[in-house]
Design a protein around this ligand. Structure first.
Ligand code: PLP
Length: 390
């Protein structure tokens, strides 16, 4: 399907709403029926009908059609957060006594679910680095139900060979789930590589304006229908119509934003690589990246997030650098219009800082929609502020 068709037309039946270009926000909790027979039919199959907005809603349905098509999948569900999409996807696959194999550093709240919540229901997890298929194969147990992937990861960008892991899982009847937030469906389509369930935080690139929290879960119609009728309805964290409308609006400019961010990222990356205080820049489409070839094989692009390691002996130097930025904001999340920075040392007690560990000296940068020269100038003056510090 043509991406321009998906973003501008798919799912939009304008004759149903005054031929308006922008779709309506159908801000209703419930839908009325003319006959008992119609109501009965809806009770019998809520996945196929508009009954109650915890289930389906017309504005959300427009968004669902577009997002599923972007993923190359048959259907999707849109949640009120990426974390809810992760929770529903995993919960739908496991029962007491089951086992999961996961990449070692998944998104923090996926890891918390594996470590804190699932053990209460006797679901175990084995973590693997994930660089080779053999690691996954070795970690499998007779009761393994799920392989959980995140490629690339959103700090060090570690990848998994998605097609190879999917093939292994298929041969054993194991479900694969992949967090695709870094790439967005424009730069990677795990479903078309054989992954069963693909999720992303729509808070990031899909929204694109740092004003909505949402998550997408895509897969086959059978799988999505089953999750709709159980976990989705029970967890009750489907996206609200207004937020769905914001995401439809975000989608209109998604390719243009990514193109822009892509170009700016190259400029900032090159500048950082040439700075004497920068020991290393980590970015999946940099030829020096250890998994560069795999990245090129399964991803159409990479942009926005990169991590750089500053030469320093002190945590305070990193803090001074970050505190000195005048335009690049210090905040979590990414994918919006504004450039962001977050130092690893913010997540640790200052006493735990060990300069021998490059990870402790790492800073993640998200390149937004500003002029790249504006960002470089901001970074330059922050480096100047630490020039006299070791
Ligand atoms: C932000 C993020 C999530 C969680 O999404 P929310 O919308 O914040 O709940 C999951 N995975 C990755 C990689 C993320 O960056």
């Amino acid at each position: 399907m043509d991406i321009s068709y998906i973003l501008n037309e798919l799912g939009e039946t304008r004759e149903d709403y005054f031929r308006a270009i922008a779709p309506p926000i159908v801000q209703t909790s419930n839908f009325a029926f003319a006959t008992v027979a119609d109501l009965r039919a809806s009770f019998a199959d809520e996945y196929a009908t508009w009954l109650y907005s915890r289930g389906r809603n017309p504005t959300v349905d427009i968004l669902r059609q577009k997002l599923a098509a972007l993923d190359g999948a048959e259907d999707c569900l849109v949640f009120n957060s990426g974390a809810a999409a992760i929770f529903a996807a995993v919960l739908a696959q496991v029962g007491s006594g089951d086992h999961i194999v996961s990449v070692k550093e998944p998104y923090a709240w996926a890891r918390k679910m594996f470590d804190d919540i699932l053990p209460r229901f006797q679901v175990g997890v084995t973590y693997v680095e994930g660089k080779t298929v053999e690691e996954f194969e070795k970690a499998l147990q007779p009761n393994t139900r799920v392989i959980y992937l995140e490629s690339p990861n959103s700090w060090l960008y570690g990848l998994q060979d998605l097609a190879a892991v999917a093939a292994l899982a298929r041969s054993k009847g194991i479900i694969t789930i992949c967090d695709n937030s870094y790439c967005s469906p424009l730069y990677q389509q795990p479903y078309t590589l054989g992954i069963d369930l693909v999720l992303q935080s729509a808070t990031k690139y899909i929204s694109g304006h740092s004003d909505t929290v949402a998550g997408v879960l895509s897969g086959s119609k059978t799988m999505i229908e089953r999750i709709f009728n159980s976990e989705y309805m029970n967890i009750g964290s489907g996206i609200q119509p207004f937020n769905a409308w914001l995401l439809i609006r975000g989608l209109r400019t998604l390719p243009a934003r990514l193109e822009r961010i892509n170009r700016s990222t190259s400029v900032v990356l090159k500048w950082l690589q040439s700075h004497p205080r920068v020991e290393q820049v980590i970015f999946p489409f940099d030829p020096a990246f250890p998994q560069y070839e795999l990245a090129r094989k399964q991803m159409k692009g990479a942009c926005g997030l990169l991590t750089f390691i500053i030469r320093t002996e002190q945590c305070q130097t990193l803090e001074t650098f970050c505190n000195s930025l005048k335009h690049i904001l210090m905040a979590v999340s990414w994918g919006g219009h504004e450039s962001l920075i977050i130092p690893k040392c913010a997540g640790m007690a200052p006493e735990a800082f060990n300069p021998a560990d490059p990870l402790h000296r790492s800073i993640r940068l998200y390149v937004g929609l500003e002029e790249p020269e504006y960002l470089v100038a901001d970074l330059e003056q922050a480096f100047a502020a630490i020039a006299h510090l070791s």
